[in-house]
Write a protein that binds this ligand. Structure first.
Ligand code: F6R
Length: 366
């Protein structure tokens, strides 16, 4: 059942080239040059004229929502707000009929997300669901939606569901952006091409496994970790930290790299490992300066960089090279080594990675 892997989590991490492909199947038609999403078609006008999109989710799905904020604002120029479902539902939020609420949930059973949907529905918003489990409560409560088709996710720590969510949200942003005229034919075509290359780039990132396992050996006994990223890699930093804390029980925090100087920098000394996601994108130069700031305080830098980077390897203690891709697609590749790092650290610490203490696969209580 674990397909030869020791844990479901590992199996699911390694399934990602396939699950990402499955989440695009029938939706991205490269030859024909078009994108289809059944659930979007009937609500196309709504998406094109929406004043605003509100995304509600919890945990890892909320991180996918943060990536979607960047995607939808970049590609479709629609203002987006990303909300923790639990906070949104209790603060008398302003919602109108011209809003679209996107609910993201692997299980489709998360109580807070479901309650947020019911609230938004009562105010007349259109609800679009992105779920992995077919026929789940959230899938049934929405007006329309798209399944992620990642296949069953058994490990409590979400991995392939996250990359499938991000893939579906990318397709959505591309479709809506193209319809709104904010994403040109040429740019759309380029992104379609690059998205279709993602499964093989993820495959390549998975080849880092042995190297990351060795790194895990070095860091397995530390008690804190900091994760930094900017732009599209900011949500990835949060996700990397969440993965580590939930399965290895090491305290970890994710931060937007530029916020470091507003507080967390005080934590940095020679005992603090700092994972910096520093791929070649529009914030690269700035992230390089953030690395310098960490280095000046003797922090131990583990940098996730784009293949061929020749600057950061001179500054970081460890470097993890991932394949280059389009900036908007970066999270799909850069999250992979972070999943592997937390997996190996947790295994080396003797933790039950598939069923971490105090956690359940779906949180059906508020
Ligand atoms: C993290 C994790 C949780 C879930 C969260 C939402 O690895 O698994 O943070 O992401 O409980 O669950 P869903 O997506 O099922 O609504």
């Amino acid at each position: 059942e674990k397909g030869g892997y020791e844990h479901f989590m590992m199996k699911e991490i390694f399934e990602q080239p396939r699950s990402i492909l499955d989440s695009m199947r029938g939706r991205l038609e490269l030859e024909a040059g078009h994108l289809n999403m059944g659930g979007v078609r009937a609500y196309e006008r709504k998406f094109v004229t929406a004043d605003r999109i509100i995304i509600v989710a919890c945990g890892t799905s909320w991180h996918a929502g943060l990536v979607a904020e960047y995607l939808l604002e970049d590609l479709a120029r629609i203002p987006v707000e990303v909300e923790y479902a639990s906070e949104f539902r209790y603060r008398n939020p302003i919602i109108t009929e011209r809003d679209i609420v996107i609910a993201i949930s692997q299980s489709g059973e998360t109580a807070d997300t479901l309650a947020a949907i019911e609230l938004a529905k009562s105010k007349g918003a259109t609800i679009f669901g992105i779920c992995n489990v077919v026929g789940s409560s959230i899938a049934r409560a929405t007006d329309a939606g798209a399944y992620t088709h990642a296949g069953p996710e058994i490990g409590v720590a979400s991995t392939k569901a996250f990359t499938a969510q991000v893939t579906v949200l990318t397709l959505l942003a591309m479709i809506v952006g193209h319809k709104r005229g904010t994403l040109s034919d040429t740019k759309l075509r380029e992104l379609m091409m690059e998205l279709s290359n993602i499964p093989s780039k993820v495959e390549k990132a998975l080849l880092l496994n042995t190297e990351i396992e060795q790194m895990a050996e070095i860091f397995k006994d530390v008690s804190n970790f900091l994760y930094l990223g900017r732009g599209y890699n900011f949500p990835v930093a949060l996700e990397g930290a969440l993965k580590l804390k939930e399965i290895s029980y090491i305290h970890a925090e994710g931060y937007p790299a530029a916020e470091m100087k507003h507080g967390p920098i005080a934590l940095i000394d020679e005992n603090m490992p700092v994972v910096v996601i520093a791929t070649k994108d529009s914030s690269y130069e700035k992230v390089v300066s953030n690395i310098q700031e960490v280095k000046a305080r003797k922090g131990r830098i583990i940098a996730v960089v784009t293949e061929g980077d020749d600057v950061i390897p001179q500054m970081a203690e460890f470097v993890i090279e991932v394949p280059a891709t389009s900036e908007v697609l970066t999270p799909l590749v850069s999250v992979v080594p972070l999943q592997l790092l937390s997996y190996h650290i947790a295994v080396l610490r003797g933790c039950n990675v598939d069923q971490p203490r105090n956690l359940a696969k779906s949180v059906t209580v508020e």
